[in-house]
Design a protein around this ligand. Sequence first.
Ligand code: HEM
Length: 468
Amino acid sequence: METPPMISGGLPIIGHIAEMLRDRERLFKRGHAEHGDLFAMKLGPQPVLVITGAEYNRTFYLETDKSLNMQDGYSFLKEAIGEVLFTASQDDYYNQRPALQEVFKRERMVSYLKAMNIEVQRWLDSLGHSGEIDITESMLHLTQYVAGRALIGPDFEQELGAEFWDLYKDISASLDPVLPPNLPLPKFWRRDKAKKKIMTILKGLIQKRRDHPERYDDLITTLLTTPLKDGTTMPDDTIVIMFMGLIFAGHETTAGQAAWVIALLLQHPEYLGLVNAEIRDKAAYGQEIDAGVLSKFDHIFWAIDETTRLRPSADTQLRTVSSPITIGNYEIPAGWRLMVSGATSHFMPGVFSNPEAFDPLRYSPERGEGKNPFAIIGFGGGIHKCTGMNFAKNEMAIITALFLQQFDVELLSQDIHVVAGNGANHPSEVFVRYQRKPLTALTDATTIREAAAAGCPHIRQHMSAEQN
Ligand code: HEM
């Protein structure tokens, strides 16, 4: 069998590492233009096969944990977060899986949605009457609050303490897929110090729940009490690592994607009009955006899907070949790496019409594009497909709906581009000017009077912001 064609431009020793770190989207697009759906590159001595298209992506996801191994590719995460989920051994992963499924089972979504509504509204209430903000920055904080309230409960701020997210930042900033994780560098020292402190904070939370499990119904209690596959329960150290793993998997990814959803909508006023009409018709002001309301949204979810295609937070995923595998005409030997790429798969002209365009209506039933579950790789696929996908999509929908419901928003930033973050991609600054809509534009006079008389805090907040 043949060897996959190598993308041009590799340098001695480092191969394509520098270009990969500089602009991997361009590198992948170049490789695809040169060789089509299967091409190789070198990251140092390491050969990597980059694959494109639903058929090859399907093999990638369905062969994971068989001839493909997920752990080696993410080994740089082990030092930062620990061995859990896809950084743990396959045996440990399958042993821990029942706890992961329990955390994300359908019934729990009701309380997660409540947490999202509370925190998004708290953010909106803090915005005052009008002003300018960077949505990219705001989403980073908002998704922290949502994660805190959803996973720890209403006392999360007091329980995690003021320091927690700064410590998390030191861990996230240490992520480095290239350098050995134990080099004597300040960022690795800061990581180790932060890990120790986080371990102390979270172990305190675990102990409180061990002492009084009846007082809590949150992530940690779920992890404490759910039997694993082997019948045991999770030890405290693993609970801490699982918590950190979930925060890592779900925080910067959602923040980046949520910011892109707002940016892309503001850049496309025609489609924004459809979204605004949907919010006006389907989400009454003052009403919680619960599962019933969410189920009536189409345009918002299509915008989220289109954002996942055009600006994926997780634009690549990696596997190591553990036993030889045939991909197309090539037999790929053990030791090679395999990579899926949104930069190429998400822009296939035969799959997506006018693929460069932001066109969420492509997902409407009439057009039905992107139906193949392996065509868009932004949330992965197969057994390891993002467990938090519905959590993230619902969170993005609630943020978008409540923000646009209550504010007129104008985009100020001109050149918004992808920034490859440590945890996930995010947009550069997305500065917007916002102005609170008058209450009378949101609901009728009787509802306002009744809600104000009943002491509704949001109506009061809105009224006082209007007067300032
Ligand atoms: C827009 C937001 C998100 C994006 C783009 C995203 C993306 C992904 C991707 C691509 C994978 C698969 C990785 C691979 O196959 O190599 C994944 C896995 C995972 N994600 Fe997400 N994710 C998001 C939000 C979340 C949230 C909010 C949570 C939890 C609160 C979460 C928890 C997980 C977990 C636990 C896994 C591992 C699943 C397994 O190995 O079985 N994610 N995510």
